[in-house]
Design a protein around this ligand. Sequence first.
Ligand SMILES: C[S@@+](CC[C@H](N)C(=O)[O-])C[C@H]1O[C@@H](n2cnc3c(N)ncnc32)[C@H](O)[C@@H]1O
Length: 322
Amino acid sequence: MTANPGTRASSHSHMWLVGLLGLAAGLALLIYVPTLPAVSGVVLAFAGFHLAGAVVSLASLYVLTNGKVLGRYRRVQGSGFDFGWVPAWTYGPWIAALISVAAAMALQIVAPLWWPLAMAFLLLAAAFFAGGLVTHASGRYEAAVLPMVDLLARPESRVLDGGCGAGRTTVALGRACSGARIVALDRFDSDYIEGGGRRLLERNLQLAGLSSRVEIAQGDLTALPFPDLAFDATVSAHAIDHLGPQAATALREMRRVLKPGGRFLLIVWVPGWTMFAVANVLSFFLAPPRAWRAMAADAGFAIVDEGRFNGNWFAVLQKPDV
Ligand SMILES: C[S@@+](CC[C@H](N)C(=O)[O-])C[C@H]1O[C@@H](n2cnc3c(N)ncnc32)[C@H](O)[C@@H]1O
């Protein structure tokens, strides 16, 4: 089985590294690069690198402190939902893009013969910029689309949303399955969702008019706090791919709590252009669809449908009828 990145809920915690590296790079642009003879001799470049360094340093400080030092800029969408993604997640790639552009320019000025490397930095900057667009958009309600699949055998089913976070998928599920009763489960301890997500989940459910149909449960995907056969259907989006080697346990847990014939909609990140833009080389460590297919089969599921949307891979898995 291919390894998944991260082993626990806070697997995006490497994002603090982006902030720290950004701060170091920003200070280098601000203090060191302008002292290089080739740069200091050109007034525009001298001033430009000071400016770029200041912007990168301040933005990195913002990311590092989750917006606490420079104040929080949170664009609540027209829908009013707030899924709580912290600044390190939403803005980190754009800082990396700025640094890459500055590095390309510095290299071009100081060592013009190294232009192929400068070009590579520019391409990297373009990839980071695209990654920033993706991570930024993930906070929007429109990004909460679910693939159109045949999930429920009957409308008034009981459905589990495992790893619900601040409720992006729960709200989408609640709207798509208007008769369903939903249980939204999470550990509510991730460091990339503000406050772990519980408070925002409650607020988002209220806003969506779903509070009476959704029950909130705190628990772990690898040891679900429900009896066997408790659900008609289950969903888990962008959560089981955070579990590393424990993903297989979570899949078995999903099967355990499903009734015979019940379906499980699994949505995970897989390697591809979208994920390359977001995670760069780290995206190569994501498990590909064939690894997920094998894991699902090992857990006792049959695959009834699968496909890709928005750079994600989804599968509709079914627990066999007995
Ligand atoms: C990227 S968020 C996805 C949230 C939501 N499904 C969505 O698509 O917006 C992943 C969520 O999985 C949760 N999570 C990760 N590992 C978990 C575990 N072992 N048990 C319960 N929740 C977990 C995290 O706390 C986080 O809220």
